[in-house]
Write a protein that binds this ligand. Structure first.
Ligand code: GLU
Ligand code: ZN
Length: 295
């Protein structure tokens, strides 16, 4: 019997610790991969050093280990991929597909977050400028395995977007597309806060001749006030002691039905149960789940 090729990943940003919302994303990507005998890789999205919390990188790995997760191969660090990103930025500039933008934050105000195209034909020098990619007057769409059909008109809904910031840091949209392709990802399983990034990523894949993976966006866990957990809100790290209980709670958030008592098991046993009972069709088709409503 041949197993279908499947390569998935979890790609945390070390601007915060592993919190319950990121555990849900990690668990979903892990189970979706392992349930079909696929690979599960770990990538640290450390693109933005000023926003990192010192020690968060190791803390995330320790939390994942405490939850029994085992990843394939070494952790890929985006901070070690700058040459690859730079090469593509150069290529896009040379092709006229990207351009330098010198707009100040103030100049960008009042357009509802959509870049008005001010610098499109200005031919600004690249040094010290942000680099934006030209988007076409086209709709990009895909069918998410949980959220269903999703579409975005890039010019109207997004506008030319930044691939390298003026401070020289590479943008998530560019790095994620290059790394997902470079690591051979067949499946992207992540939080629904990234659903509206996906059309931009499809466009970059098309432009760069990269394969398009399947997508599955799990509900984002939000606080009572509707805010996303973690990251900017500095949610505390998960308590390691209660790993199995946290995993069971994450399983229930994903619509799975762990048996009573599984939260008394070890983290490893919980993952084994989750892997053999994984049913992605049961994931709630919702963009958000309120944390305090989860058992
Ligand atoms: N690094 C992103 C985050 O922590 C996830 C990126 C992705 O899965 O595409 O939200
Ligand atoms: Zn500009």
């Amino acid at each position: 019997m041949t197993t279908p090729p499947y390569i998935g990943r979890f790609a945390p940003t070390p601007s915060g610790y592993l919190h319950f919302g990121s555990l849900v994303a990690a668990l979903a990507s892990y189970l979706d991969a392992r349930s079909v005998g696929g690979q599960w890789l770990l990538r640290m999205e450390d693109l933005d050093p000023p926003r990192e919390i010192p020690g968060a990188r190791d803390e995330i790995l320790r939390s994942l280990e405490a939850c029994g997760f085992e990843w394939d191969g070494a952790v890929l660090l985006q901070s070690e991929r700058h040459n690859a990103y730079q090469e593509v930025v150069q290529h896009l500039l040379a092709q006229g597909l990207a351009y330098a933008c010198t707009c100040s934050r103030k100049q960008l105000e009042g357009h509802g977050g959509i870049y008005p195209g001010t610098c499109r034909n200005a031919n600004h020098a690249v040094a010290g400028a942000a680099i934006r990619i030209r988007v076409p007057e086209l709709e990009y769409h895909f069918t998410d395995r949980v959220q269903g059909f999703y579409r975005q008109h890039l010019a109207r809904d997004v506008g030319d977007f930044v691939i390298r910031r003026r401070d020289g840091l590479y943008a998530y949209q560019l790095a994620v597309v290059l790394d997902d392709a470079w690591q051979g990802m067949t499946d992207i399983v992540r939080g629904a806060d990234l659903l509206d990034s996906t059309p931009r990523q499809l466009y970059l894949q098309e432009l760069l001749g990269l394969p398009q993976p399947r997508y599955l966006h799990v509900p984002l866990i939000v606080q009572a006030d509707g805010n996303k957990l973690g990251k900017s809100f500095r949610s505390p790290a998960l308590p390691a002691a209660a790993a199995a209980a946290q995993l069971c709670r994450a399983l229930r958030a994903l619509g799975q039905q762990p048996p009573a008592g599984l939260d008394q098991a070890t983290a490893q046993e919980t993952l084994v149960w989750g892997t053999s009972h994984w049913q992605a069709e049961r994931i709630p088709r919702q963009l958000h789940l309120a944390e305090q409503q989860l058992r």
